[in-house]
Design a protein around this ligand. Structure first.
Ligand SMILES: Nc1ncnc2c1ncn2[C@@H]1O[C@H](COP(=O)(O)OP(=O)(O)OP(=O)(O)O)[C@@H](O)[C@H]1O
Ligand SMILES: [Mg+2]
Length: 432
């Protein structure tokens, strides 16, 4: 095990600079995911750590040792590539032990280490097979076994799961994670699948165009992206970006979406602001702005809506099932505790976090049948928990919404337009 330190690492192919000064640390035993769009330099950086590419400028240290000029074999790292590159004419056992043989190890030691790795990866019954007799997932495990037998200080993975089908990816993801928990070997894992990065890594390094945009724990990146690029890259479906302005503690957009904007770092008056709100942080709320449903997708566990709010495309993701058809309307409200504000010009994050203790500004009035807006009465206390609103979500269906406006996910309850449940909903709404 070892730490890996990168300082001012640059790479140029002739006049083309593909890495523009990378500073990053991988702690001893840490699992770091390198993510970013295609061509941003992930593989190049990994290959430089492995010693397969020269370093144009900067320093790479492994376990404190400067390795800029150390050949790959002497760096004590093992790399697993996207195309497993197994030798087709060798059995699984020989594939796994080949690097040890090249290193001049005795056969008894090779057998012992191969058996150990095969045990970890559940390959013991496949040791006599050839790669062509294996499934994709089994081949992938052999490729990992080849790395494990070397007992390296650092594992380097370059998109090792991208050739596998969706189900196998999820399974292998869990296996690699379990392997890391067991061996605690320092790992750098390249992927452009942000779900893979979020679920596997201790730390994510987001790259763009040869530079690091942000590095941090997965949930830090999700909760506090430092710029619009990271905000849009982390999270699926992607964050909604809505252009507008901040005035008197409130954000407003031309499409009618409003939100409180009064946290530290958010000026009282500012033009050219972008509100970022994740699809899962939009609430269906009678006091929200009207949105026309363009597309609805139900997966059983989740409902995805593509919405049109006066020409602005918005995506919504919720856990409740909604009886609605394209062309009908809902009312949406950004969850005031989950807002992100960015400078429209630089794309940089503006706010620390919006202060949610203040009441919401009233949204722009708009006609439609998405429900009646919540109208705060003069002198009304900012209620931490609003009781219920009643609206019409789709033809023939009345619904009652119990909603928390204090920053937690809402609990939504839909009730049919007849029977006791509906009567209760009506009574609650009237009492409100
Ligand atoms: N030998 C080379 N000569 C010139 N340019 C190269 C060379 N190898 C890579 N590049 C360029 O360097 C950039 C980074 O490539 P790299 O393979 O590191 O990207 P990546 O982030 O791994 O992308 P992907 O997700 O598609 O694998 C790309 O623009 C690529 O075209
Ligand atoms: Mg690559």
């Amino acid at each position: 095990m070892a730490e890996v330190n990168l300082r001012g690492v640059r790479k140029a192919y002739g006049a083309v600079e593909v890495l523009r000064g990378i500073d990053s640390d991988v702690e001893d035993g840490e699992f770091v995911a390198l993510v970013g769009p295609s061509g941003c330099g992930k593989s190049t950086l990994l290959r430089m750590i492995a010693g397969l590419e020269d370093i144009s400028q900067g320093e790479i240290r492994i376990d404190g040792r400067l390795v800029n000029n150390v050949p790959p074999k002497q760096r004590d790292v093992a790399m697993v590539f996207q195309n497993y590159a197994l030798y087709p004419h060798m059995t699984v056992a020989r594939n796994m032990g080949f690097s040890l043989k090249l290193a001049g190890k005795k056969q008894a030691e090779i057998d012992q280490r191969v058996a150990y790795a095969a045990g970890i990866l559940d390959l013991a019954h496949l040791l006599d097979r050839y790669p062509r007799q294996l499934s994709g997932g089994q081949r992938q495990r052999v490729a990992m076994g080849r790395a494990i037998v070397r007992d390296p200080q650092v594992f380097l993975f370059d998109e090792p799961l991208s050739n596998l089908d969706a189900k196998l990816r999820v399974q292998m993801r869990a296996e690699i994670k379990a392997l890391h928990q067991r061996l605690r070997t320092t790992t750098v894992y390249v992927t452009h699948d942000q779900v893979e990065a979020m679920t596997m890594a201790d730390k994510i390094v987001v790259m763009r165009d040869g530079s690091v945009e942000q590095a941090g724990a997965p949930l830090d990146l999700y909760d506090r992206p430092q710029n619009m690029f990271v905000a849009g890259f982390i999270g699926s479906p992607s964050m909604n970006f809505i252009e507008g302005r901040i005035k008197d503690g409130g954000f407003s957009a031309a499409c009618g979406i409003v939100a409180p904007a009064n946290g530290p770092g958010v000026d009282t008056g500012r033009e050219n602001v972008v509100l970022g709100i994740r699809p899962e942080h939009l609430l269906l709320d009678p006091s929200g702005v009207e949105a026309t449903v363009t597309v609805i997708e139900q997966t059983g566990s989740e409902t995805f809506l593509l919405l049109d709010v006066a020409g602005q495309r918005i995506t919504y993701l919720g856990r409740d099932r909604i009886a609605i058809r394209p062309g009908e309307t809902v009312r949406i409200l950004p969850d005031p505790g989950r807002l992100h504000f960015f400078d429209g010009e630089s794309g940089r994050r503006l706010d620390a976090r919006a202060d949610t203790s203040l009441p919401l500004p009233s949204p722009a009035p708009s006609a439609g049948r998405g429900g009646s807006p919540h109208k705060p009465q003069p002198g009304e206390e900012p209620a931490p928990r609003r009781k219920a609103g009643l609206g019409r979500v789709a033809a023939g269906m009345l619904f009652a919404v119990g909603i928390r406006s204090d920053g937690y996910r809402p609990e939504l309850h839909y009730m049919r337009g007849s029977g006791p449940a509906s009567a209760r909903a009506r009574a609650e709404a009237e009492a409100h």
